[in-house]
Design a protein around this ligand. Structure first.
Ligand SMILES: *Cc1c(COP(=O)(O)O)cnc(C)c1O
Length: 233
């Protein structure tokens, strides 16, 4: 049941934070709603969830406009967590509070251009790829610092941190080194310039380990909404 799932997750999140000597309030739950119907999202929003993550611009567009969640409550925030094509940057800037999947200068420039036209400062995260899986997007860790440097000149972007999608393992302990690595990359990047508070890492299977390693945002779908249709990925 939705309310039970949400309660369980908040509980586990709080315990993980306390185990790591962190304040549970420093970790946000992003409910991943790909493949989830608008009606269910609305229900979730009445149960206290107010940050939602979508993978695809087109799917999000239908939901955001259909639900008018943003209009109904100023507190609802939408995150783009899937790959963004440059030609969808304009719509992404319209729809999303935080674009978590920026992984190239070209994409950053496109977002910046549209944000400037709209008079918006777009919050972004840089997506880092820590494994050599073919299928994953993200910038390689060796290029993170230079990307931040270049993005520094784009005045309508506000980089707030890093995001990663590590390889999947049944055993979440196997994912821990990836989470730790992302935190270390952030520390390196922060030495070079401004603060990067956000670390978006951890999903249904491994969010507790991610929180122990410093996650400030966990992105959880299945553990809240149940198994989704895999075609939605
Ligand atoms: C689907 C997805 C999630 C959520 O995964 P679950 O295992 O369902 O919790 C998190 N992040 C990204 C980028 C996703 O695509």
């Amino acid at each position: 049941m939705l309310s039970e799932n949400i309660k369980n997750i908040y509980n586990k999140m709080a315990h993980a934070a306390v185990r790591a000597g962190r304040n549970p309030e420093d970790v946000k739950l992003i409910a991943v709603t790909k493949g989830v119907e608008a009606g269910v999202i609305k229900k979730a929003s009445t149960l206290g969830l107010n940050e939602f993550g979508e993978n695809r611009v087109q799917e999000a567009e239908k939901k955001v406009s259909g639900l008018q969640l943003q209009a109904a409550s100023g507190k609802i925030r939408w995150h783009l967590i899937g790959h963004l094509q440059k030609n969808k940057a304009r719509i992404a800037v319209e729809l999303f509070d935080l674009i978590q999947s920026v992984d190239s200068l070209e994409l950053a420039e496109a977002i910046n251009r549209h944000a400037e036209k709209k008079g918006k400062v777009q919050r972004i995260l840089i997506q880092v790829k820590l494994s050599d899986e073919e299928s994953k997007y993200g910038i390689s860790k060796d290029n993170v610092l230079s990307l931040f440097e270049r993005i520094g000149g784009l005045r309508n972007l506000r980089p707030e941190g890093l995001m990663t999608i590590p390889p999947f393992f049944d055993d979440p302990e196997k994912v821990r080194p990836y989470f730790r690595e992302l935190r270390e990359i952030r520390a390196e990047a922060e030495k070079e310039g401004s603060g990067l508070p956000e670390l978006s890492m951890g999903m249904s299977n491994d969010f507790e380990v991610a929180i122990e390693e410093g996650a400030t945002m966990v992105r959880i779908g299945t553990a809240i909404f149940g198994e989704r249709n895999k075609k939605q990925e």
